[in-house]
Design a protein around this ligand. Structure first.
Ligand SMILES: C[S@@+](CC[C@H](N)C(=O)[O-])C[C@H]1O[C@@H](n2cnc3c(N)ncnc32)[C@H](O)[C@@H]1O
Length: 202
């Protein structure tokens, strides 16, 4: 690809990202007005897990996001059928969401369930867990925030354990157990589950 096309492509992508962050920031400022702590599910898929969690935890305000429009629409239907006023689902990309989150809002609990494992080595760069995303999650959290990660993929489990273990602000909590069981859409189809739980300590 010619160099000037690459530069224009990057400028366009940056401008689109900035517009997404600005739009999300406005939506979140309105939707989360007056809120402090939230329980956050990244990549909520069809919303099975978070809708059940929110129903069982009326004292927590829950926010689920996903990239895929029809999955978010199905999640939103669960919210409205369940008349859950402590839950919202939004279509958003995770890094954009974390950038757009209004400053007073703190991620108190984070759930990442069956994220895409990108099994081929050349695709590992697409995995959500990496030092940059762990930094950004930490910046939007507070001491004691708990991050819960579940996967069926042995390699992604080892990868996440390694990155969380090496991060200066997250500390793996091997004694902790998964706090709420409800099968997700993907969990129904998977044979395995492997959990990593970590707290923000610094
Ligand atoms: C394998 S599915 C798991 C969905 C759900 N957690 C479950 O267990 O049924 C991964 C989900 O993460 C979403 N996703 C992937 N990357 C994302 C990102 N950067 N921001 C938001 N959602 C993302 C995908 O659209 C997909 O719905």
């Amino acid at each position: 690809m010619p160099e000037h096309t690459k530069v224009m492509g990057k400028e366009w992508a940056d401008a689109r990202r900035a517009a997404n962050v600005a739009r999300l920031g406005a939506t979140l400022a309105e939707g989360l007005a007056g809120r402090g702590d939230i329980t956050f599910e990244l990549g909520c898929g069809h919303g099975h897990w978070l809708a059940a969690y929110a129903a069982a935890h009326p004292g927590e305000f829950c926010v689920g996001i996903d990239l895929i429009t029809h999955r978010v629409a199905r999640s939103q239907r669960k919210q409205s059928l369940g008349k859950l006023d402590n839950l919202i689902f939004l279509k958003a990309e995770a890094m954009e969401f974390l950038e757009a989150l209004p400053a007073p809002i703190i991620l108190r609990k984070i759930f990442i369930l069956y994220p895409d494992p990108w099994p081929k080595k050349k695709h590992h760069k697409n995995r959500f867990i990496c030092p940059e995303s762990l930094d950004l999650l930490a910046r939007r959290s507070a001491i004691g925030t708990r991050l819960h990660f579940r996967t069926d993929d042995a390699d992604y489990f080892a990868w996440t354990t390694e990155f969380l273990g090496a991060h200066p602000r997250w500390q793996i909590q091997p004694e902790q157990t998964w706090p709420f069981e409800q099968k997700t859409f993907f969990e129904e189809r998977m044979k395995d589950k492997r959990d990593v739980i970590a707290d923000l300590v610094g």
